[in-house]
Design a protein. Structure first.
Length: 129
């Protein structure tokens, strides 16, 4: 049997071929990755105007809702400060009790029984809402 002898020239040729294959593979992978990356960026760039329009619309809607809330808060405060008209004798009795009226005054002013007036005065003087 003959011994297998590899010379430095043969080893050099094998090394160059291996490096060439490795370089070609790297170039193909880089090209594939760059094509894929640009398509992702293109899709993102196309979606950006639509998202921007949606955000602008939502911002306008939020601003409009804030205006409505401010208007409603002002209306509620106006009703509180003006002392909204009593819709029933019991609401008027509660209002008088909060102002410190006696049970007999509440009963005569609102046209309710003395027991009801005493109960309302007892409840709403302690709460002081």
């Amino acid at each position: 049997m003959e011994a297998l002898v590899i010379t430095w020239r043969e080893l050099l040729i094998v090394a160059i071929v291996v490096l060439g294959v490795y370089a070609a593979e790297m170039l193909l992978l880089l090209r594939w990755a760059s094509n894929r990356g640009t398509s992702v960026w293109k899709r993102a760039a196309q979606a950006a105007p639509a998202e921007s329009q949606r955000l602008t619309a939502m911002g306008l809607e939020v601003a409009e809702l804030r205006k409505q809330v401010a208007r409603l808060e002002a209306e509620v405060e106006k009703l509180r400060s003006a002392g909204a008209p009593a819709s029933s004798p019991y609401n008027q009795a509660i209002h008088l009790a909060r102002q410190g009226a006696s049970a007999s005054d509440v009963a005569t002013t609102c046209g309710i029984s003395r027991g009801e007036a005493e109960l309302i005065v007892a409840l709403y003087r302690k709460l002081r809402i």
